[in-house]
Design a protein around this ligand. Structure first.
Ligand SMILES: NC(=O)c1ccc[n+]([C@@H]2O[C@H](COP(=O)([O-])OP(=O)(O)OC[C@H]3O[C@@H](n4cnc5c(N)ncnc54)[C@H](OP(=O)(O)O)[C@@H]3O)[C@@H](O)[C@H]2O)c1
Length: 232
């Protein structure tokens, strides 16, 4: 069902995005990986170099495409940055990548989808559903992703668009993102890894394939995915 579909994935150079790119390649999709470190993209992925914090670069990157079937908004940043004491520069970085760039890429992709409709898949987070004590500004960005997903779905229905929109909201997934989130708290990361058998990027990729392979007319809205031993 995904054979020859043209898919753009942001952040395909690491973690979840990389695993989704690899899974899509095995399904016969044409995969474009948008990121900064294009040298880290999996073999077979077409590189699209872009810094998502630069709106001009996003516009230029998408202008090189003639059409698109699927956009996966996956790139994201996670820092421990409380509302009360966090560094506002970290808030800004997270907002730019997790929220603003996701909106800009979605606008660009909508212009490239066929009349029969495309599909946008947003990689959100469990932190877009509940706020853990350390959620801080990261959780705020993921609540924003959830709101944007719902807002766009409503907008598309208003114009009878056939484009589908979905999201995946994972709990802990063992990727390099956790090293940034737990920076300076490596003992807590080690303890969390000992207590929680974390999800793998491949678990998220399998869910992405399920969502993107849904029959026409079926829109899987949000899949909330936790390791079975993640308590909160
Ligand atoms: N890991 C978890 O526990 C977890 C849980 C729930 C949700 N998520 C979400 O899953 C998504 C993927 O996270 P991950 O864990 O796979 O993280 P990761 O391994 O750190 O990968 C992040 C990706 O984002 C890209 N990126 C970051 N800043 C960018 C920029 N300015 N321009 C272009 N690309 C940029 C990176 O590419 P370059 O550095 O090459 O640019 C990289 O490919 C994120 O949205 C995250 O919030 C993760």
């Amino acid at each position: 069902m995904l054979t020859d579909k043209k898919v753009l994935i942001t952040g395909a150079s690491s973690g979840i995005g990389r695993a989704i790119a690899e899974a899509l390649l095995t399904e016969g999709a044409e995969v474009i990986g948008l990121c900064r470190s294009v040298e880290n993209l999996p073999p077979g992925v077409t590189p699209l170099s872009c810094d998502l914090s630069e709106p001009d670069q996003i516009a230029t990157a998408f202008s090189s495409l003639d059409h698109l079937d699927i956009l996966i908004n996956n790139a994201g940043l996670a820092y421990l940055s409380p509302i009360s004491t966090g560094d506002p520069e970290k808030w800004k970085s997270m907002w730019q990548i997790n929220v603003h760039a996701l909106g800009l890429c979605s606008q660009q992709a909508l212009k490239l989808f066929p009349p029969s409709g495309g599909h946008i898949l947003n990689i959100s987070s469990l932190s877009g559903h509940r706020v853990p004590p350390t959620g801080g500004f990261y959780a705020a960005t993921k609540f924003a992703v959830r709101a944007m997903t719902e807002a766009l779905r409503s907008e598309l229905k208003l114009v009878n668009s056939a484009t589908r929109i979905s999201s995946i909201s994972p709990g802990f997934v063992d990727t390099p993102l956790l090293d940034h989130y737990f920076a300076g708290r490596e003992d807590q990361l080690a303890q969390t890894r000992a207590e929680v058998n974390m999800l793998t990027p491949q678990n998220i990729a399998a869910t992405a394939l399920h969502i993107l392979s849904a029959p026409p007319g079926v829109e899987i809205n949000d899949v909330l995915l936790r390791s079975s031993d993640q308590a909160v």
